[in-house]
Write a protein of this length. Structure first.
Length: 281
């Protein structure tokens, strides 16, 4: 990012945005543009989601007190992205999944810059560079009995994966890497998520999230609009107003709240391995 004015400390909506946070934002915008370029290359659809969607609509950029970027894709396009990830996200970028990072246990994908730092757990060995999140929409059946059965299975696997993670981290490293039964559980979990193909239904949702599932109509994503987002343009679904009302209610009224990643240690100048080494001296 070449515009020096962008990095100047400023007050937005009564909230002080520091130069340090602006530099974190710039790193995330670089990751976003990388993702969007890859999606364009392979004709994959991708949209701003959650707080990033609010930011695009309400602020033409980041929510001032937010520190991350959330994007969402349909399951089929997401699978295609995973297939090309190894050749498209080259060092220092890293496409982080439970399969690509042997120490990683989260249920969604993150794209990271390995030359930077966003540490959440100083004892963890997974890549902890600055990141953006990618979430996935899966199809939802309109038959309540089938949907409730699917949700029960999903919640069971979530519980098993959480329990597995707690147990695995207590094992000696060599034994942990040899067993990795969490990968087997995750494959079964993903099969349950894919139970209703998106092309066979008009409904879809983030089924992997920890909070309440909010079902969306597929038509909300029939077309893509582009909105200003800081120094770039970001794709948003044509039904953004309906989506945000479902997710947040009166989304145009700012409510300052802690970010999901408020406890992260950010550093845009040093890679996470250096930072971890200094922390754990």
């Amino acid at each position: 990012m070449e515009n020096a004015d962008f990095f100047k400390e400023e007050v937005r909506d009564g909230f002080l945005v520091t130069e340090k946070m602006k530099r974190v934002w710039a790193c995330e915008l670089d990751l976003l543009n990388l993702l969007l370029n890859v999606c364009k290359k392979y004709n994959l659809k991708c949209w701003a989601d959650s707080g990033t969607l609010i930011g695009a609509v309400r602020h033409k950029g980041f929510i001032p007190w937010d520190d991350d970027i959330d994007m969402v894709m349909l399951r089929d396009d997401f699978d295609k992205l995973c297939e090309v990830a190894d050749k498209e996200f080259l060092s220092p970028y890293f496409f982080q999944t439970i399969y690509s990072d042997k120490y990683y246990g989260r249920r969604h994908v993150q794209i990271r810059n390995s030359d930077t730092t966003a540490i959440s757990n100083p004892k963890a060995k997974y890549n902890q560079g600055i990141f953006i999140d990618i979430f996935v929409f899966d199809g939802v059946t309109d038959i309540p009995r089938r949907y409730n059965k699917q949700l029960r299975k999903i919640n069971l696997y979530k519980h098993m994966l959480k329990l597995s993670s707690k147990i695995m981290w207590r094992l000696p490293e060599k034994l942990y890497l040899k067993l990795r039964w969490d990968k087997v559980l995750f494959e079964k979990y993903e099969n349950v998520l894919r139970q209703t193909p998106i092309e066979e239904t008009e409904l879809m949702a983030h089924l992997s999230l920890n909070y309440r599932v909010r079902i969306k109509n597929k038509s909300f994503y029939d077309q893509t609009l582009y909105m200003d987002f800081e120094n770039t343009m970001i794709p948003v679904p044509v039904g953004y107003d309906k989506i945000l009302k479902i997710d947040f209610g009166d989304y145009m009224t700012p409510v300052q709240s802690p970010t999901m990643h408020g406890s992260l240690l950010f550093d845009t100048q040093h890679n996470y391995k250096e930072t971890l080494k200094n922390i754990n001296k």
